[in-house]
Design a protein around this ligand. Structure first.
Ligand code: SF4
Length: 907
């Protein structure tokens, strides 16, 4: 380390340390005041409040320098608080205050305003400049948006909001217009927040040091009497949230700067879409349907009803007459309990959940190739990669904080980004290569890519020889593929594929991210295996900045699968058909767990339709709205004697229940969620459950106890202790040691976690190449002629899954309905105009959607979301599924379309 001087005292400074950071580290945080500086933004040097005197020799002439962006150099003499510097700071602040409303006492951020703090720190008492001169105090407030607000009379032109919008979110909505006195912040093209392209992430509001930009929850005010750190309930990114409460009510949510996952950032769902928690429609009392109507009952009555029916079904029809669907919204501990209830108390393996439904091909495909079915690396590795391949994922909508990081990556000049997707997603607009393939042809394109890597001599021969098996046959098959045919079926020019393949293979480090556009397909598992093969082929596995990284959908999809919410694997992915595993579970649970594989969700519905399923307990999953082939799901529920739905709201599924149990939201319970990076993070209770609702884990335990199985009351710490004894990769997980960054599994007994998988060997020994040929989806083969368009479904930024939570927040004002993406050529051919209602029909049913005409999809391809129950898009989707993992094929639906008639015609 080298030496520099602060007030003539020598200190050692770090490489690339700025004067500001050096002084803060050595002398203290409060020595140098700042305004335009922020911990998650690049140094900018605009406000000059952080100026210090600097000499290059002892007692030499000094120069004023902005400390925030000036690096320390050897033998620099720094005087952070000289008399002239203090005077300079006071003068700067005096000028700022001369054009600032003096209404601190009524200001939202009174007591938590950085400008107010700095005024105090520099000792400014009076402003010498008269107020009657021209100023900016009459700016109108912008209250156009359901969340974002602005009052630019409070703006001090520090650029923090502009930089947050650019550097954190990458949205470029905010900018500075005008010069000198006219300099001012603009949104979009001088629009208001609502009209602009703002995505409401709130990064600007959090960055603003005053209340010039804020939000309707006044997140920066200090009115809270408690702040609790917890984890977002929406997507698998797993953002940390800091929730402010007063008198048991939630006031607002901010993003902690020191969070490893999100470092002060969130999307609008995590930061603002929380008001569902005490919405008037929350279920607050158990309900039993009597004579076709729900009636409120006590918990005792509900429990008695459930347990007596389940016990009699068990006696009369056997354990396999019952099944459970657990929830990726719930904690690990609750998912563990739900599968334990079915395995140890009911004694069936009929337990499944959306964790298996949507990413089962990921688990299976990666297990086949590597031996472990989870992300190999962390999102943070974007800092160390040169190339990303995003396939079948729309991260800026589905995983927005990760999506924002990818956008930042893609915008940097030397970085390569490859997007393989049928839609021009936002990330595709920034990509170096966008392979806009026909839905259902991922295997065709990936086989072409690997073919070119081999014939261009870019395979990593040493890695392949040392760490893999099966390559010779694999190579032979790849060299024999029919490029003409694959080019035709995929609709992607071979030269584009070749260039993307070369870019991936020649990057020093390349990492892939995939989503449901990979898994929810007929060849989902094969596609995952190919993505893994691509990493093996190019040696991109086992170090930072590489690997295969599934973007997990719901917040705790990873955790629910880890906990055994699958009919074929118990807690810790142990094979339930294996004798040793069976003995282990039996001994641990003190019960006899069956060894035969249970029903997957579609098989539960089939069994119900065949009269074999007597009871179905569903927690936090709206199968009617989100599972494919809605009418079939409804028939199955109607055919089941006892349907128990544990929910926050009266969802479409809950309407078909016999018993509705009011569960608790993530804000009302403790436990852990595991994000898409295998990171186990602490969820901490913020408020009490609403009304007479209960923590979901406690409900399961109450039923367990009433059915004769002793299970202690729900407590996150003790539950985690139990889990750590049966799930091998949780061996060292302790509630008290999760800290602020959580732990990435596997966690060894001593508590050491694992950031990168497969650094030496693979769990299965060697990485295994298996060639899989492209095959057309059965849906297209069966129905393609009569239903010539392909519909692919996806998600929007503003809503999550069935939208039960987000539709009960301000998000519904931003995004109001599911719309249909149609290419202009198709729209012209069918005489459809923007906003017209379009009737989309599949072999299963039809729905009417408003047209959104865009070249974001190619001719012949349609796209929509499934967030609104009024539309029920899953009336269209089919029972087709991945051949290996049985994941439903939501992404390829054969449909026809026409302009709507009758009540849906354009008014
Ligand atoms: Fe973060 Fe996802 Fe929650 Fe948005 S939805 S705040 S990206 S965890």
């Amino acid at each position: 380390m080298k030496t520099a001087y602060i007030n003539n005292t020598p200190h050692q400074f770090k490489e690339d340390e700025t004067i500001l950071n050096f002084v803060k580290r050595v002398v203290g945080e409060k020595i140098i005041p700042t305004l335009c500086d922020a911990p998650n933004l690049e140094a900018f040097g605009s406000c000059r409040i952080c100026s210090v005197d600097v000499a290059l020799e002892k007692d030499g002439p000094t120069k004023v320098m902005a400390s925030c962006h000036t690096p320390v150099s050897t033998d620099m003499y720094i005087y952070p608080s000289s008399e002239s510097i203090q005077e300079l700071r006071k003068n700067i602040i005096e000028l700022v205050i001369s054009d600032h409303p003096l209404e601190c006492l009524t200001c939202e951020v009174n007591g938590n305003c950085q400008l107010q703090d700095v005024v105090g720190e520099v000792g400014l008492r009076d402003v010498r400049y008269p107020k009657e001169f021209e100023n900016h105090l009459d700016y109108k407030k912008d209250l156009s948006h359901p969340y974002m607000t602005s009052d630019f009379s409070k703006c001090i032109n520090c650029y923090r909001c502009v930089r947050a919008c650019d550097e954190v979110q990458g949205q470029f909505v905010l900018s500075m217009a005008g010069r000198g006195f006219d300099a001012h912040i603009v949104k979009g093209e001088e629009q208001n927040f609502f009209e602009s392209a703002c995505v409401s992430c709130g990064a600007c509001a959090q960055a603003c040091p005053t209340s010039a930009i804020s939000d309707v929850f006044e997140s920066k005010s200090t009115k809270a009497d408690e702040k609790t750190r917890t984890i977002c309930t929406y997507c698998g990114v797993g953002c940390n949230l800091e929730v402010s409460t007063k008198n048991g009510e939630i006031l607002s949510i901010q993003a902690p700067i020191d969070a490893e996952v999100n470092a002060g950032h969130t999307c609008l769902k995590g930061r603002y879409a929380f008001k569902f928690y005490n919405h008037e429609e929350r279920l607050r009392q158990p309900l039993i349907k009597k004579n076709g109507e729900f009636e409120e009952v006590s918990w005792d009555e509900a429990y008695e009803y459930i347990t007596s029916k389940m016990s009699s079904f068990k006696d009369e029809f056997g354990p396999d007459s019952m099944a459970g669907i657990s929830s990726s919204r719930c904690t690990n501990e609750e998912n563990y309990l739900m599968q334990k209830f079915f395995r140890a108390v009911i004694q069936t393996n009929n337990i499944d959940g959306c964790a298996r439904v949507c990413h089962s091909p990921t688990a299976l495909g990666m297990q086949r190739t590597f031996g472990t079915g989870a992300a190999t690396n962390s999102v943070d590795d974007l800092d160390d990669t040169n190339c990303i391949m995003v396939i079948g994922a729309n991260p800026t909508s589905g995983h927005p904080v990760t999506g924002a990081k990818m956008k930042q990556f893609a915008m940097k000049t030397d970085n390569i980004s490859i997007v393989i997707d049928p839609r021009k997603t936002e990330i595709a607009n920034y990509a170096t290569h966008h392979l806009q393939l026909r839905p259902g042809t991922n295997v065709a394109v990936l086989n072409m890519m690997m073919h070119y890597i081999i014939i261009e001599g870019l395979a990593d021969e040493k890695f392949i020889a040392d760490k893999t098996e099966g390559f010779d046959n694999y190579k032979k098959s790849l060299l024999n593929i029919n490029i003409d045919k694959l080019e035709e079926v995929s609709g992607v020019n071979r030269e584009l594929v070749r260039q993307a393949a070369i870019a991936y293979a020649t990057a020093p480090n390349a990492m892939s991210f995939h989503g449901l556009g990979v898994t929810e397909q007929y060849q989902g598992t094969f596609t995952v295996m190919q993505i893994a093969d691509l990493a093996l082929l190019t040696g991109n596995i086992g170090r930072r900045g590489v690997g295969v990284n599934p973007l997990r959908g719901q917040n705790n999809v990873q955790g629910a699968a880890d906990m055994g919410v699958q009919p074929h694997q118990g807690a810790g992915y142990l094979d339930i058909t294996n004798d040793d595993v069976n003995r282990k579970y039996n001994a641990f649970y003190g019960a006899t767990v069956p060894k035969h594989i249970g029903y997957k969700i579609p098989e539960m519905f089939e069994a119900a339709l065949e009269g074999k399923l007597k009871a179905l307990w569903i927690i936090g999953e709206d199968v009617v709205q989100t599972d494919p082939n809605t009418q079939k799901v409804i028939k199955a529920l109607n055919s089941t004697d006892l349907v128990i739905v544990q929910e926050l709201f009266m969802t479409e599924t809950a309407k078909y229940a016999d018993v509705v149990l009011p569960g608790a939201s993530f804000l009302e319970k403790s436990g852990t969620f595991t994000n898409g990076e295998r990171r186990i993070q602490a969820v901490r209770k913020v408020v009490e459950p609403q009304g007479n609702s209960k923590v979901d884990g406690q409900i399961i335990i109450d039923v367990m106890n009433r059915m004769g199985y002793t299970q202690p009351d729900y407590d996150a710490k003790t539950m985690l202790e139990e889990i750590s004894q049966i799930v091998p990769f949780f061996a060292g997980v302790k509630w008290d040691e999760l800290g602020k960054r959580g732990k990435q599994w596997p966690v060894a007994k001593g508590g050491t976690d694992t950031q990168i998988l497969h650094t030496d060997t693979f769990k299965r020994g060697k990485g295994k190449f298996v060639y899989n040929e492209f095959a057309e989806s059965r849906e297209i083969l069966k129905h393609g002629d009569e239903y010539p368009y392909i519909l692919t479904t996806n998600r929007d930024l503003e809503h999550y899954n069935c939208g039960a939570m987000t539709r009960r927040t301000g998000n519904v004002e931003i995004h109001t309905e599911d719309v249909l993406w149609i290419n202009p050529e198709d729209a012209a051919e069918k005489n459809i105009k923007e906003g017209d209602k379009v009737c989309v029909e599949s072999p299963r049913g039809k729905v009417d959607l408003s047209a959104f005409i865009t070249d974001g999809v190619k001719p012949g391809i349609l796209s929509t979301t499934f967030h609104f129950p009024e539309i029920m898009v899953n009336n269209l989707t089919s029972d087709e599924h991945c051949t290996e993992a049985h994941c439903p094929e939501y992404k390829v639906v054969s449909v026809k379309m026409r302009k709507s008639k009758g009540e849906f015609a354009r008014k």
